[in-house]
Design a protein around this ligand. Structure first.
Ligand SMILES: [Zn+2]
Ligand SMILES: [Zn+2]
Length: 364
């Protein structure tokens, strides 16, 4: 730190009047309102600090003995103290950038159950902001460039000396002429109106993994809106909604379906196929199938989100009892009834059945 006497250009035994005169002379030359050079602002600060110390007899005496300037020899100037109190710390110094990160975007994506089984590819159309191709995000008309702001000399902020309870202090505030950018764009790009980005609709190819479920969000870094002033893109989030299927129900990675069979197929058993979400599914219905019996077909459910393992398909069998019988059918069944013997209704001790399973599935 320069010597305060040297800064003001006075001798070590200068009187208070001489010190004040020297300060006013320098301040008129260096004050930011009259001198836009950045070095001048620094000098002005140093001069003010020197004056603050030397114009106070007690602090001048301290300074003369300790050599260090300011309060208690800590080398603190008023400007620093003001900054420390009012948040104008060193971190906020300098012009701010026009380039800002773009917004994140959230898109809802409807999927069918078929698409979820193995995953799918979608071209998602989104309304977004893209970097302006005409100015490439610079915000300036082609062939032009920003000019340094003469009000703040490119610093993006202006310093003013104000009186406060602490004495004269230097404050900094964003330059109003350039809004703190430090430069001014006289000819903004006409295509983006000086924003460096334009509204656009674009198609984003998305690979949707198998096993996603409603409410999940896929995170696609860098696929959000382009930032203003050539700033980086935000992120894209795809919120998944899986539509209800007409016949298949999802239970985690398993699929569930209800299959209706005839009474005779339940009695004698049969082999058949049903159309699955991923092709035909063979069903072996054993003889003596009871209503509500469950067939588990392994590995025909949904592919797990984080592995290649698939869930199962659970087929609940419903037995259709014939309701429209002609005379001959009735005769045959009555004959069967006679051979089968008297079958009075009775309470069952068997817990395995449609109702006990439904109770287990949906809670008590
Ligand atoms: Zn542009
Ligand atoms: Zn400015």
């Amino acid at each position: 730190m320069a010597d305060h006497y040297e800064t003001l250009g006075v001798s070590r035994d200068a009187t208070q009047a001489e010190i004040k005169k020297a300060y006013l002379k320098l301040a008129r030359k260096l004050h930011p309102d009259v001198n836009p050079e950045p070095e001048a602002a620094e000098q002005f600060k140093a001069v003010t600090e020197a004056y603050d110390t030397l114009s106070d007899p007690q602090r001048r005496q301290q300074y003369d003995h300790g050599g260090a300037g300011g309060m208690g020899g800590g080398g603190f100037g008023f400007g620093d103290i003001f900054d420390a109190f009012f948040g104008g710390g060193a971190g906020s110094r300098g012009p701010r950038s026009r380039a800002q990160r773009g917004q994140d975007a959230l898109i809802r994506l409807d999927l069918t159950l078929d698409e979820v089984i193995f995953g799918t590819h979608k071209d998602v159309e989104v309304g977004t902001a893209e970097r302006c191709e005409v100015c490439d995000g610079t915000c300036c008309a082609p062939g032009t460039s920003p000019r340094m702001c003469t009000d703040c000399n490119g610093a993006g902020e202006v310093r003013r000396q104000v009186r406060s309870v602490l004495g004269p202090v230097v404050t900094t505030a964003p330059c109003e002429v350039c809004q703190g950018y430090g430069d001014v764009i006289d000819q903004p790009c006409g295509d983006c109106h000086g924003q460096g980005r334009v509204r656009a609709r674009t198609t984003i190819p998305v690979d949707i993994p198998a096993g996603v479920d409603s409410g999940m969000r896929l995170h696609m870094p860098g696929y959000g809106e382009a930032g203003p002033g050539g700033g980086p893109n935000g992120d894209l989030y795809l919120e998944i909604r899986v539509r209800e299927h007409e016949t298949f129900t999802r239970e985690g990675d398993n699929l569930a379906a209800l299959v209706e069979i005839s009474m005779m197929d339940a009695v004698f058993g049969t082999s058949t196929t049903i159309p699955g979400l991923d092709g035909e599914i063979a069903l072996d219905i054993p003889a003596g199938t009871q209503p509500g019996d469950l067939l588990r077909i392994p590995d025909r459910g949904i592919t797990h989100l984080r592995s290649n393992k698939r869930g199962d398909l659970e087929v609940t069998l419903q037995v259709r009892i014939p309701t429209k019988l002609d005379a001959r059918q009735k005769d045959l069944l009555r004959e069967f009834q006679t051979l089968d013997g008297a079958q009075d209704p009775k309470l069952s001790t068997q817990k395995h059945g449609l109702f006990s399973r439904l109770r287990g599935k949906f809670g008590r």
